[in-house]
Design a protein around this ligand. Structure first.
Ligand code: ZN
Length: 370
Protein backbone atom coordinates (compact mmCIF):
# COMPACT_ATOMS: atom_id res chain seq x y z
CA UNK A 1 0.00 0.00 0.00
CA UNK A 2 2.76 2.35 0.99
CA UNK A 3 4.70 1.39 -2.10
CA UNK A 4 1.70 2.14 -4.27
CA UNK A 5 1.33 5.54 -2.65
CA UNK A 6 5.01 6.34 -3.11
CA UNK A 7 4.84 5.29 -6.74
CA UNK A 8 1.79 7.48 -7.33
CA UNK A 9 3.54 10.44 -5.73
CA UNK A 10 6.60 9.87 -7.87
CA UNK A 11 4.53 9.82 -11.07
CA UNK A 12 2.92 13.10 -10.06
CA UNK A 13 6.31 14.66 -9.46
CA UNK A 14 7.56 13.53 -12.84
CA UNK A 15 4.52 14.98 -14.59
CA UNK A 16 4.79 18.18 -12.61
CA UNK A 17 8.48 18.59 -13.46
CA UNK A 18 7.84 17.80 -17.12
CA UNK A 19 5.62 20.89 -17.45
CA UNK A 20 8.61 23.07 -16.64
CA UNK A 21 10.86 21.13 -18.97
CA UNK A 22 8.38 21.35 -21.86
CA UNK A 23 6.87 24.81 -21.48
CA UNK A 24 9.35 26.83 -19.50
CA UNK A 25 12.42 26.04 -21.54
CA UNK A 26 13.23 28.59 -24.19
CA UNK A 27 12.81 27.17 -27.71
CA UNK A 28 15.39 29.64 -29.01
CA UNK A 29 18.83 28.50 -30.04
CA UNK A 30 22.01 30.43 -30.75
CA UNK A 31 25.03 30.12 -32.97
CA UNK A 32 23.33 29.84 -36.35
CA UNK A 33 25.16 30.98 -39.46
CA UNK A 34 23.26 34.01 -40.84
CA UNK A 35 22.01 33.78 -44.43
CA UNK A 36 21.21 36.61 -46.81
CA UNK A 37 19.49 36.92 -50.16
CA UNK A 38 22.18 37.63 -52.76
CA UNK A 39 20.00 39.92 -54.90
CA UNK A 40 19.99 43.70 -54.31
CA UNK A 41 17.05 44.83 -52.13
CA UNK A 42 14.54 47.26 -53.66
CA UNK A 43 14.71 49.60 -50.62
CA UNK A 44 17.55 51.40 -48.90
CA UNK A 45 15.52 52.13 -45.78
CA UNK A 46 12.44 51.03 -43.85
CA UNK A 47 10.08 53.18 -41.80
CA UNK A 48 8.07 51.07 -39.35
CA UNK A 49 5.07 52.61 -37.58
CA UNK A 50 3.52 50.56 -34.78
CA UNK A 51 0.32 52.03 -33.33
CA UNK A 52 0.22 50.14 -30.05
CA UNK A 53 -3.19 48.59 -29.30
CA UNK A 54 -4.85 49.63 -32.57
CA UNK A 55 -7.66 47.28 -33.60
CA UNK A 56 -7.98 46.47 -37.30
CA UNK A 57 -11.68 47.33 -37.47
CA UNK A 58 -11.20 50.64 -35.65
CA UNK A 59 -8.78 51.72 -38.36
CA UNK A 60 -10.56 50.35 -41.42
CA UNK A 61 -14.22 51.08 -40.60
CA UNK A 62 -15.98 54.27 -41.64
CA UNK A 63 -17.50 56.64 -39.11
CA UNK A 64 -21.23 57.42 -38.80
CA UNK A 65 -20.96 59.89 -41.71
CA UNK A 66 -19.22 57.38 -43.97
CA UNK A 67 -15.80 59.01 -43.63
CA UNK A 68 -12.54 57.33 -42.72
CA UNK A 69 -10.88 58.20 -39.44
CA UNK A 70 -7.56 57.67 -41.17
CA UNK A 71 -7.98 59.28 -44.61
CA UNK A 72 -4.25 59.27 -45.39
CA UNK A 73 -3.87 55.56 -44.71
CA UNK A 74 -7.08 54.74 -46.59
CA UNK A 75 -5.77 56.65 -49.56
CA UNK A 76 -2.62 54.50 -49.46
CA UNK A 77 -4.77 51.35 -49.54
CA UNK A 78 -6.60 52.60 -52.62
CA UNK A 79 -3.78 54.21 -54.56
CA UNK A 80 -0.30 53.27 -53.36
CA UNK A 81 0.22 50.04 -51.49
CA UNK A 82 -1.02 46.73 -50.13
CA UNK A 83 -3.15 46.04 -47.08
CA UNK A 84 -4.55 43.22 -45.00
CA UNK A 85 -5.01 41.85 -41.55
CA UNK A 86 -2.05 40.70 -39.53
CA UNK A 87 -3.06 37.83 -37.26
CA UNK A 88 -1.26 37.94 -33.94
CA UNK A 89 -1.06 35.17 -31.39
CA UNK A 90 -1.75 34.97 -27.69
CA UNK A 91 -0.64 36.42 -25.39
CA UNK A 92 -1.72 39.62 -27.15
CA UNK A 93 0.70 41.76 -25.19
CA UNK A 94 3.09 44.46 -26.34
CA UNK A 95 6.34 42.60 -25.80
CA UNK A 96 5.51 39.36 -27.66
CA UNK A 97 3.72 41.39 -30.36
CA UNK A 98 6.78 43.51 -31.04
CA UNK A 99 9.08 40.51 -30.88
CA UNK A 100 6.97 38.77 -33.56
CA UNK A 101 7.08 41.89 -35.75
CA UNK A 102 10.74 42.74 -35.34
CA UNK A 103 12.44 39.44 -34.54
CA UNK A 104 10.12 37.05 -36.36
CA UNK A 105 9.13 34.48 -33.75
CA UNK A 106 6.21 33.95 -31.43
CA UNK A 107 6.17 34.20 -27.70
CA UNK A 108 8.93 32.47 -25.84
CA UNK A 109 6.91 30.92 -23.01
CA UNK A 110 9.81 30.89 -20.62
CA UNK A 111 9.45 34.69 -20.66
CA UNK A 112 6.65 34.56 -18.08
CA UNK A 113 9.20 33.72 -15.41
CA UNK A 114 10.92 37.05 -16.04
CA UNK A 115 7.91 39.33 -16.47
CA UNK A 116 6.54 40.68 -19.72
CA UNK A 117 8.84 43.56 -20.40
CA UNK A 118 12.28 42.02 -20.26
CA UNK A 119 13.43 39.37 -22.69
CA UNK A 120 14.72 36.27 -20.96
CA UNK A 121 17.12 35.28 -23.71
CA UNK A 122 19.04 37.13 -26.33
CA UNK A 123 17.73 36.92 -29.85
CA UNK A 124 18.52 38.25 -33.26
CA UNK A 125 16.26 40.89 -34.80
CA UNK A 126 15.74 43.00 -37.88
CA UNK A 127 17.21 45.93 -35.96
CA UNK A 128 20.32 43.97 -35.06
CA UNK A 129 20.81 42.95 -38.71
CA UNK A 130 20.36 46.54 -39.91
CA UNK A 131 23.26 48.90 -40.51
CA UNK A 132 21.61 51.40 -38.16
CA UNK A 133 18.22 51.61 -36.49
CA UNK A 134 16.78 54.70 -34.86
CA UNK A 135 13.72 54.21 -32.68
CA UNK A 136 11.36 56.54 -30.86
CA UNK A 137 8.67 55.71 -28.31
CA UNK A 138 7.98 54.02 -25.01
CA UNK A 139 10.83 53.14 -22.63
CA UNK A 140 9.05 49.80 -22.08
CA UNK A 141 9.44 48.68 -25.69
CA UNK A 142 12.54 50.18 -27.27
CA UNK A 143 15.31 48.90 -24.95
CA UNK A 144 14.63 45.20 -25.56
CA UNK A 145 15.80 45.51 -29.16
CA UNK A 146 18.78 47.69 -28.35
CA UNK A 147 19.96 45.49 -25.48
CA UNK A 148 20.26 42.31 -27.51
CA UNK A 149 21.91 44.04 -30.44
CA UNK A 150 25.64 43.54 -30.71
CA UNK A 151 27.58 46.73 -31.34
CA UNK A 152 26.39 50.28 -31.04
CA UNK A 153 24.02 50.60 -33.97
CA UNK A 154 20.50 50.51 -32.50
CA UNK A 155 19.61 53.92 -31.10
CA UNK A 156 16.65 54.58 -28.83
CA UNK A 157 14.87 57.84 -28.07
CA UNK A 158 12.31 57.40 -25.28
CA UNK A 159 10.47 59.71 -23.01
CA UNK A 160 11.30 59.34 -19.34
CA UNK A 161 9.17 56.54 -17.87
CA UNK A 162 8.38 58.67 -14.84
CA UNK A 163 7.34 61.52 -17.06
CA UNK A 164 4.93 59.31 -19.00
CA UNK A 165 2.47 61.27 -16.87
CA UNK A 166 2.73 64.03 -19.43
CA UNK A 167 0.33 61.93 -21.43
CA UNK A 168 -1.96 61.25 -18.47
CA UNK A 169 -4.61 63.77 -19.45
CA UNK A 170 -4.18 63.47 -23.18
CA UNK A 171 -2.48 60.23 -24.30
CA UNK A 172 -2.14 61.47 -27.89
CA UNK A 173 0.79 63.51 -26.52
CA UNK A 174 2.76 60.25 -26.42
CA UNK A 175 2.31 60.08 -30.20
CA UNK A 176 2.98 63.74 -30.95
CA UNK A 177 6.17 63.42 -28.85
CA UNK A 178 7.36 60.76 -31.29
CA UNK A 179 6.40 62.66 -34.45
CA UNK A 180 7.99 65.89 -33.17
CA UNK A 181 11.19 64.15 -32.15
CA UNK A 182 11.56 62.43 -35.52
CA UNK A 183 11.12 65.78 -37.26
CA UNK A 184 13.69 67.42 -34.96
CA UNK A 185 16.10 64.56 -35.58
CA UNK A 186 15.99 65.03 -39.35
CA UNK A 187 16.25 68.76 -38.94
CA UNK A 188 19.37 68.35 -36.82
CA UNK A 189 20.84 65.86 -39.31
CA UNK A 190 21.08 68.60 -41.92
CA UNK A 191 23.74 70.32 -39.81
CA UNK A 192 25.47 67.22 -38.49
CA UNK A 193 27.79 65.71 -41.05
CA UNK A 194 28.32 62.28 -39.44
CA UNK A 195 24.61 61.80 -38.72
CA UNK A 196 23.76 62.96 -42.22
CA UNK A 197 26.03 60.34 -43.79
CA UNK A 198 24.63 57.62 -41.49
CA UNK A 199 21.03 58.26 -42.46
CA UNK A 200 22.02 58.08 -46.11
CA UNK A 201 23.39 54.56 -45.72
CA UNK A 202 21.69 51.40 -46.96
CA UNK A 203 19.96 48.88 -44.67
CA UNK A 204 18.67 51.38 -42.16
CA UNK A 205 15.47 51.31 -40.13
CA UNK A 206 13.37 53.98 -38.46
CA UNK A 207 10.93 52.64 -35.87
CA UNK A 208 8.14 54.85 -34.53
CA UNK A 209 6.36 53.30 -31.57
CA UNK A 210 3.06 55.09 -30.86
CA UNK A 211 1.61 54.31 -27.44
CA UNK A 212 -1.31 56.78 -27.40
CA UNK A 213 -4.00 54.39 -28.66
CA UNK A 214 -3.13 51.64 -26.17
CA UNK A 215 -3.25 54.17 -23.32
CA UNK A 216 -6.50 55.72 -24.52
CA UNK A 217 -8.04 52.28 -25.09
CA UNK A 218 -7.26 51.16 -21.54
CA UNK A 219 -8.47 54.42 -20.02
CA UNK A 220 -11.55 55.12 -22.16
CA UNK A 221 -12.23 51.91 -24.22
CA UNK A 222 -11.92 51.59 -28.00
CA UNK A 223 -15.45 52.90 -28.62
CA UNK A 224 -14.61 56.23 -26.97
CA UNK A 225 -14.16 59.57 -28.70
CA UNK A 226 -10.63 59.69 -27.21
CA UNK A 227 -9.60 56.46 -28.95
CA UNK A 228 -11.21 57.39 -32.26
CA UNK A 229 -9.77 60.90 -32.29
CA UNK A 230 -6.39 59.40 -31.50
CA UNK A 231 -6.58 57.38 -34.74
CA UNK A 232 -7.02 60.63 -36.66
CA UNK A 233 -4.00 62.14 -34.85
CA UNK A 234 -1.88 59.11 -35.75
CA UNK A 235 -3.03 59.33 -39.37
CA UNK A 236 -2.08 63.03 -39.50
CA UNK A 237 1.30 62.29 -37.94
CA UNK A 238 2.07 59.46 -40.37
CA UNK A 239 1.14 61.76 -43.24
CA UNK A 240 3.59 64.41 -42.03
CA UNK A 241 6.41 61.95 -41.48
CA UNK A 242 5.94 60.36 -44.91
CA UNK A 243 6.01 63.74 -46.58
CA UNK A 244 9.12 64.68 -44.61
CA UNK A 245 10.88 61.48 -45.72
CA UNK A 246 10.00 62.09 -49.36
CA UNK A 247 11.32 65.62 -49.07
CA UNK A 248 14.50 64.65 -47.22
CA UNK A 249 15.49 61.86 -49.60
CA UNK A 250 14.45 63.79 -52.70
CA UNK A 251 11.75 61.29 -53.69
CA UNK A 252 14.38 58.66 -54.51
CA UNK A 253 11.79 55.86 -54.33
CA UNK A 254 14.01 53.84 -51.98
CA UNK A 255 11.91 54.01 -48.81
CA UNK A 256 9.49 51.27 -47.69
CA UNK A 257 6.78 52.16 -45.19
CA UNK A 258 4.93 49.72 -42.91
CA UNK A 259 2.03 50.68 -40.66
CA UNK A 260 0.69 48.08 -38.21
CA UNK A 261 -0.03 47.37 -34.55
CA UNK A 262 1.25 44.86 -32.03
CA UNK A 263 -2.20 43.69 -30.82
CA UNK A 264 -5.80 44.90 -30.68
CA UNK A 265 -8.11 45.45 -27.74
CA UNK A 266 -11.47 44.20 -26.47
CA UNK A 267 -14.56 46.41 -26.29
CA UNK A 268 -13.93 46.81 -22.57
CA UNK A 269 -10.37 47.99 -23.05
CA UNK A 270 -8.21 44.97 -22.25
CA UNK A 271 -5.87 42.69 -24.20
CA UNK A 272 -3.82 39.56 -23.65
CA UNK A 273 -6.28 36.86 -24.75
CA UNK A 274 -7.33 35.47 -28.12
CA UNK A 275 -10.56 37.27 -29.04
CA UNK A 276 -10.54 38.56 -32.65
CA UNK A 277 -10.71 42.14 -31.35
CA UNK A 278 -7.32 41.43 -29.75
CA UNK A 279 -5.67 39.29 -32.44
CA UNK A 280 -6.69 41.16 -35.63
CA UNK A 281 -4.34 44.03 -36.34
CA UNK A 282 -4.10 46.27 -39.39
CA UNK A 283 -1.23 46.01 -41.86
CA UNK A 284 -0.64 48.59 -44.57
CA UNK A 285 2.60 48.83 -46.47
CA UNK A 286 3.77 50.90 -49.41
CA UNK A 287 6.82 52.29 -51.13
CA UNK A 288 9.92 50.53 -52.48
CA UNK A 289 9.37 46.87 -53.35
CA UNK A 290 5.70 46.74 -52.35
CA UNK A 291 2.79 45.79 -54.60
CA UNK A 292 0.40 48.48 -55.77
CA UNK A 293 -3.33 48.14 -55.00
CA UNK A 294 -5.13 45.45 -56.93
CA UNK A 295 -8.82 45.68 -57.86
CA UNK A 296 -10.61 42.37 -57.38
CA UNK A 297 -14.17 41.06 -57.51
CA UNK A 298 -13.46 37.94 -55.46
CA UNK A 299 -11.38 38.07 -52.28
CA UNK A 300 -9.15 35.34 -50.93
CA UNK A 301 -9.68 36.51 -47.36
CA UNK A 302 -13.36 37.29 -47.06
CA UNK A 303 -15.50 37.97 -44.02
CA UNK A 304 -18.33 40.27 -42.98
CA UNK A 305 -15.82 43.04 -42.33
CA UNK A 306 -14.87 43.68 -45.96
CA UNK A 307 -18.26 45.06 -47.03
CA UNK A 308 -18.64 46.99 -43.79
CA UNK A 309 -15.31 48.67 -44.41
CA UNK A 310 -16.16 49.27 -48.11
CA UNK A 311 -12.87 47.67 -49.03
CA UNK A 312 -14.32 44.61 -50.78
CA UNK A 313 -12.78 45.56 -54.14
CA UNK A 314 -9.24 46.17 -52.89
CA UNK A 315 -7.26 42.98 -52.65
CA UNK A 316 -6.78 42.03 -49.02
CA UNK A 317 -3.60 40.12 -48.13
CA UNK A 318 -3.66 38.60 -44.66
CA UNK A 319 -0.50 37.53 -42.90
CA UNK A 320 0.56 35.74 -39.75
CA UNK A 321 3.07 37.71 -37.73
CA UNK A 322 6.59 36.47 -38.25
CA UNK A 323 6.36 34.82 -41.70
CA UNK A 324 7.78 36.37 -44.89
CA UNK A 325 4.67 37.76 -46.67
CA UNK A 326 5.73 37.08 -50.26
CA UNK A 327 2.35 38.24 -51.56
CA UNK A 328 3.22 41.82 -50.59
CA UNK A 329 6.40 41.94 -52.66
CA UNK A 330 6.53 43.76 -55.96
CA UNK A 331 9.57 42.06 -57.43
CA UNK A 332 10.74 39.39 -59.85
CA UNK A 333 9.89 35.73 -59.32
CA UNK A 334 13.62 35.11 -58.89
CA UNK A 335 13.80 37.62 -56.04
CA UNK A 336 10.77 36.07 -54.32
CA UNK A 337 12.17 32.57 -54.78
CA UNK A 338 15.56 33.62 -53.40
CA UNK A 339 13.89 35.28 -50.41
CA UNK A 340 11.80 32.21 -49.61
CA UNK A 341 14.87 30.03 -50.01
CA UNK A 342 16.84 32.23 -47.59
CA UNK A 343 13.93 32.01 -45.13
CA UNK A 344 13.97 28.20 -45.39
CA UNK A 345 17.74 27.94 -44.98
CA UNK A 346 17.56 30.16 -41.89
CA UNK A 347 15.06 27.74 -40.36
CA UNK A 348 17.26 24.79 -41.33
CA UNK A 349 20.15 26.47 -39.47
CA UNK A 350 18.08 26.41 -36.29
CA UNK A 351 17.33 22.73 -36.82
CA UNK A 352 21.04 21.97 -37.24
CA UNK A 353 21.98 23.78 -34.03
CA UNK A 354 19.19 22.02 -32.15
CA UNK A 355 20.27 18.63 -33.49
CA UNK A 356 23.89 19.23 -32.46
CA UNK A 357 22.76 20.25 -28.97
CA UNK A 358 20.60 17.14 -28.65
CA UNK A 359 23.38 14.89 -29.89
CA UNK A 360 25.78 16.26 -27.29
CA UNK A 361 23.52 15.40 -24.38
CA UNK A 362 22.30 12.03 -25.68
CA UNK A 363 24.14 8.71 -25.44
CA UNK A 364 25.26 7.88 -28.98
CA UNK A 365 23.40 4.56 -29.27
CA UNK A 366 20.17 6.29 -28.25
CA UNK A 367 20.49 9.09 -30.82
CA UNK A 368 18.54 8.82 -34.06
CA UNK A 369 18.57 11.83 -36.38
CA UNK A 370 15.22 12.80 -37.94
ZN1 ZN B 1 0.89 46.93 -26.90
Amino acid sequence: MLLFFALGLLVHFVFFASIFDIYFTSPLVHGMTPHFTPLPPPARRLVLFVADGLRADALYELDENGNSRAPFIRNIIMHEGSWGISHTRVPTESRPGHVALIAGFYEDVSAVAKGWKENPVEFDSLFNESKYTWSWGSPDILPMFAKGAGGDHVYTHSYDAKKEDFGAHDATKLDSWVFDNVKDFFHAARNNRSLFSKINEEKIVFFLHLLGLDTNGHAHRPSSRDYKDNIKKVDDGVKEIVSMFKHFYGNDGKTTFIFTSDHGMTDWGSHGAGHPSETLTPLITWGAGIKYPEKVSVQQFDDAFLKEWRLENWKRRDVNQGILPVDYLNNTDLFKAESMFTNAVQILEQFKVKMTQKKEVTLSFLFTPF
